[in-house]
Ligand binder design. Structure first.
Ligand code: A2P
Length: 279
């Protein structure tokens, strides 16, 4: 049983950073997305992440509850009134085993301190922007492809998404469709802005129109042939990478081989990788 003091202490931790869930969508038995209210004071750059979570179970001895927080890329653009997140469900995962059950009206904890490397400021100007994702690594790019600056800064934006199965591509597929039909973006960027966006989904363990790891399709030239471009070059091409650690490493090797260098907020260059992401 909690004492009044413990309850007050616990509520002090939660209340200032509590946000209300407005919408939950389950995409597969392992993937869901949700939207929450946005703190009025929260400013962020599209592509950044924040710490979000729930209160953990009370300590059996002291009854104290500690927040259980993980880094989540903000999937909504900086101009959106709400915040969107895209998450895996891990049945024995400390946070996602609980988080997958949230409903509209529930509260989550959101620390309003956005950070991250997948931001426009960390890249030198270029002509073509590659966004390389696996699994839920598409989240920061869901933000960036809804951000007008992305279309102002580049002639072409190529979003690649590799998943095991077709159903795991659905969130990204609908996202791209929504961007292409977005009247607000069209008004802001001019009709035809969406022609700049190229979507390149692939699956590795289920039949689909394009099969294989994006790394293999880059190495054997399939991607370039499909898109009618003659490769990745440091003069024109910029990259952002977000996926599992082995994926990030393999894409980095391909980009470095092509002569691109890794950049950071403090020192912009030709590509950036999100290291806080574990998907
Ligand atoms: P594969 O099925 O060949 O392992 P995961 O669910 O393991 O995170 O993987 C998500 C997707 O990313 C899968 O399609 C997987 O392909 C692919 N993938 C995993 N590791 C790499 C890598 N090092 N390079 C390219 N693709 C990868």
């Amino acid at each position: 049983e909690q004492t009044a003091v413990q309850a007050a202490a616990a509520s002090k931790v939660v209340l200032p950073d509590a946000q209300t869930v407005t919408e939950v969508t389950h995409w597969t038995d392992r993937l869901f997305s949700f939207r929450v209210s946005r703190p009025a004071s929260l400013r962020f750059r599209s592509g950044e992440f924040v710490m979000i979570g729930l209160m953990g179970d009370p300590d059996p001895k002291t009854g104290k509850q500690k927040p259980l927080l993980r880094a989540y890329s903000i999937a909504s653009p900086a101009w959106d009134e709400e915040l969107e997140f895209y998450s895996i469900k891990v049945q024995d995962g400390p946070l996602t085993s609980k988080l997958q059950h949230i409903q509209p009206g529930d509260q989550i904890i959101l620390r309003p301190k956005p950070v991250g490397t997948l931001v426009h400021d960390a890249l030198l100007p270029g002509k073509r922007l590659w966004l390389f994702a696996t699994g839920t690594g598409i989240a920061p790019f869901a933000s960036l492809i809804r951000e007008p600056q992305t279309y102002e800064d580049y002639d072409q934006i190529i979003l690649t998404h590799t998943c095991r199965e077709v159903a795991e591509l659905e969130y990204g597929k609908q996202l791209v469709e929504n961007v292409r039909n977005d009247e607000l973006l069209a008004e802001l960027m001019g009709e035809g802005f969406a022609d700049k966006l190229v979507y390149y989904p692939t699956t590795t363990r289920e039949e689909s129109p394009r099969m294989g790891r994006i790394t293999d399709l880059l190495k054997d030239g399939t991607v370039y042939k499909d898109l009618g471009i003659d490769g990745i070059k440091p003069e024109t091409d910029r990259g952002m990478v977000c996926g599992s650690l082995p994926f990030n490493k393999d894409i980095m090797a391909i980009l470095e081989e092509a002569g691109l260098r890794e950049g950071a907020n403090s020192e912009p260059a030709e590509f950036v990788v999100e290291k806080a992401f574990v998907g």
